[in-house]
Design a protein around this ligand. Sequence first.
Ligand code: FE2
Length: 424
Amino acid sequence: MLTDRYDNAISTSSATARDLYVTAVDKLLEGAPHMIEAFEAVAAEDPDFALGHAGLGRAHHVTGNVPAARAALEKARKLSAGITEREAGHINIFDLLVRGKSPEGYGAVVDHLAGNPRDAMVAQTSSSIFGLIGFSGLPGREAEMLAFTSSLRPDYGDDWWFLSQYAFSLCETGQVDKASSVIDRSMAINPRNSHGAHVRSHIYYEAGETEIGVSYLEDWLKDYDRSAIMHGHLSWHVALWALQMGDTERMWEKVEAGVKPGATLGPPINVLTDTASILYRAELAGETVPIEKWREVSDYASRMFPNPGLSFIDYHAALAHAMAGDGDALSKIISNPKGPAADLVREVAEAFGAIAGQNWLKAERLLTHCMADDARLGGSRAQRDLLEFSLLECLLKQGKTEEARRLLAIRRPVLVGADVVQGL
Ligand SMILES: [Fe+2]
């Protein structure tokens, strides 16, 4: 039987389809441009190869096209007669995920990997910040992600994709030096891995290497197609660093060209969360943000995510609605939060409402309570700095400057001295 790059048997007798499949999987794992087309080429070469359709479904799912994902997975299921047990499990997992059954899907991932640890497409569902562990809403999810990637180490060795994921889990649990050497190894093997460049950027951020970081990432982005999945989010990273360096012109340039709604082809989850985040961090740093910009992102949130569902999306939507003055949309999130982190979503949404109304003490109390376990809300440490800095602002507005400085020194020591909040 033919095998994929990870030595898993695959049910196609066409060597060409196999080669195309290996290429398509690599494109998905590295966040390369044209991954949808790559899986379509597999299906065109061997229309009966179930995993080709499953991969297409997964590619549609990660780029936010759920109807197309469901259709492709339906096709994969219909072609399941005679495929291996691993392939059937692989298809079943993607099908669970596209139907929104994340906790059940994660259970299936763990069981599946116990017998098929080198099914990288399945491992990928849970190995990164935007994955089943990252968005679980459960306490201890950063440690769990490190435990997850660590458990796969013996099976992946020097694989560039695996190393990039392992490095991210090290970075997010504070092991920055170790993460740095692991990502260097990964990028030496595959320098065009956009997820690797992303992890490299997070490591620079966590090390406080602003100037090195921004020059690295700007350089890396030069050869990265703007239609690819990570282009918008990597542009957000550049904008964030530009803001930190006081270069607001460059920050706005990046936001307008590659982050905000209509400027990027990235997944809607990134468009909303990155735009809301950079606008508010700009305000915190002392920049004036016109209300029209808030209305634009608030409208986008209402259009793309009309109902609460995922805490990471919902709290950014709440921020946008609060700043845009859309009380109805904000109330919808406060009154009906969803998921395992719903308790925190409600509090953060109320806090942003209080901030918009300049009720700093109320916002301080709500945010203080959330910060005990804000990782449950989802997102990287760099993304959750939005919440850290919002709390600092509440303290500063009440004249509690020393408390704000102490809090930053305890919680985010690497950012002491950076002008992240005006007046600090
Ligand atoms: Fe990031």
